[in-house]
Design a protein around this ligand. Structure first.
Ligand SMILES: *[C@@H]1O[C@H](CO)[C@@H](O)[C@H](O)[C@H]1NC(C)=O
Ligand SMILES: *[C@@H]1O[C@H](CO)[C@@H](O)[C@H](O)[C@H]1NC(C)=O
Ligand SMILES: *[C@@H]1O[C@H](CO)[C@@H](O)[C@H](O)[C@H]1NC(C)=O
Ligand SMILES: *[C@@H]1O[C@H](CO)[C@@H](O)[C@H](O)[C@H]1NC(C)=O
Length: 413
């Protein structure tokens, strides 16, 4: 079956859902897992949040909670046991508890905010959380300081930048992410529909837009990115991100002023690097018989050198994850992106992936549309990825029918 972007990104609407009082049980911090094993949260299209164990070679799905009609495509976990999830299909953020010992989920509250939120990020002390709304082109700032995990919506900031030139896909501002800078003060919001990076200042809980940068080329569609830290201190030197619609990775340098972040373009490269090019570059004309290549995830390892991006819907039998490195020149303070290698995603549409906590010796990945739904790659000292064969879990384990999305999100907790 072919997946059009309209289908991929079809986001429903729902009325505000009533919230109930939290009834959170006592935290259960003890972990029953043997050493070297890890625990992950995986979400998938049919309203599913799954708990998964990984023993270094294979996954075991230990439990799930399902809310029909929702799409929990992003989640964040806060110790000891709070799990917040978006619902792309409506205007709610779910609060669940997850007990690491028993793998039991509890449904705590459903909280109304912007419609079609696709990403959540905490500030440094996790007293606040920011959500990015694809549908409304807005940013929700939540107070998450309560000890019972409950949420309070502080502010919604609507972004109103001029849309990019791809009239097929850039039909609204489409805020896709809100990435916290390493100093803990600013968030960068890539706007897929408006070819813009907006800088939000969290100072004094104001969450105001303090800077905007128009991204080129026109129609590129900024999606996901990550800050790159300086070797010392807690400031960023660069911001690297992918443009979904033009399939490029972009490097910007970052400078701090009293009021904002200054972003300056450094480099633009194909997300395909030198091999495994797409068969179907993004078009601007609707064609229900085709899918269009769409860059997806972009993360950097804590060595601030290894950068990984995903290419979705490439028209190839499987999509790809591509490794770039950031080469710094300490003399001049400059840096550049260098293509490393591509590996198969072993399925179609690797929407999101994440590194194992701690040593980051494993990269956990997903395929949303077909093939292997969940898998792990060994990551070596050079940052190269090698799939762990026994880790491959068929997408069918995460959905009820082929019309539904498989895994969209995976994160060790
Ligand atoms: C999905 O995978 C199945 C086999 O696992 C294959 O028959 C089908 O053609 C694939 N669909 C797409 C869109 O690649
Ligand atoms: C997988 O998880 C289930 C549920 O926690 C458990 O009963 C089972 O023993 C696990 N299987 C393996 C192979 O670890
Ligand atoms: C969680 O609670 C909300 C109401 O707050 C409800 O709409 C939803 O169906 C519940 N989900 C589950 C899995 O019970
Ligand atoms: C957000 O999007 C929903 C669905 O399109 C719409 O009903 C609602 O009015 C929008 N809210 C704002 C503040 O634009």
């Amino acid at each position: 079956m072919k997946y059009s972007f309209a289908f991929l990104l079809s986001l429903g609407m729902a009325s505000a859902t009533a919230t109930t009082n939290p009834t959170i049980k006592a935290p259960q911090p003890t972990d029953s897992l043997p050493k070297g094993h890890s625990k992950l949260i995986v979400t998938s299209g049919p309203g599913r949040i799954s708990s998964v164990d990984f023993d270094g070679s294979a996954f075991n799905i230990t439990n799930k909670i399902v809310t029909a009609g929702t799409n929990p495509s992003w989640a964040v976990f806060k110790k000891p046991n709070f799990l917040y999830t978006v619902n792309e299909n409506a205007n709610t953020i779910g609060l669940f508890t997850y007990d690491r010992t028993t793998n039991k989920f509890d449904n705590i509250t459903t909280n109304a905010g912007s419609t079609g939120v696709v990403f959540l990020e905490f500030n440094k002390d996790q007293s606040h959380m920011v959500g990015a709304s694809f549908t409304n082109g807005s940013i929700d700032a939540w107070d998450t300081s309560a000890s019972d995990g409950s949420l309070k919506l502080l502010k919604t900031t609507k972004l109103d930048d001029k849309l990019g030139g791809n009239t097929l896909f850039q039909t609204a501002v489409q805020a896709h992410q809100a990435v916290l800078d390493p100093s803990g003060r600013f968030f960068i919001v890539p706007e897929r529909g408006a070819d813009t990076l907006s800088v939000i200042d969290s100072k004094a809980d104001a969450f105001n837009v303090v800077q905007k940068v128009r991204v080129e080329p026109d129609g590129c569609g900024p999606r996901h990115g990550t800050f790159i830290k300086s070797c010392t201190g807690d400031k960023a030197t660069h911001f690297v991100f992918v443009c979904e619609l033009k399939n490029v990775i972009q490097l910007y340098s970052v400078a701090y002023t009293d009021k904002a972040l200054e972003l300056t373009h450094v480099q633009t490269e194909s997300t395909f690097g030198k091999d495994m090019p797409s068969k179907n570059p993004t078009d601007t004309v609707a064609d229900a018989t085709k899918t269009f290549a769409a860059a997806g995830e972009c993360v950097v390892a804590s060595n601030q050198r290894d950068i990984y991006v995903s290419n979705r819907l490439t028209g190839n039998p499987a999509d790809s994850i591509v490794h770039f490195t950031l080469e710094r020149d300490e003399q001049t303070g400059t840096a550049k992106l260098v293509f490393g290698e591509s590996v198969s995603s072993y399925g179609i549409s690797p929407r999101m992936f994440s590194l194992a906590l701690g040593k980051e010796d494993v990269l956990f990945s997903t395929n949303q549309n077909n093939g292997t739904g969940l898998l792990a790659y060994k990551r070596d000292a050079d940052g190269k990825l090698a799939v762990i064969e026994d880790s491959k879990v068929d997408i069918a384990k995460f959905r009820d029918s082929v019309a539904e999305f498989g895994p969209e999100f995976v994160q060790q907790i």
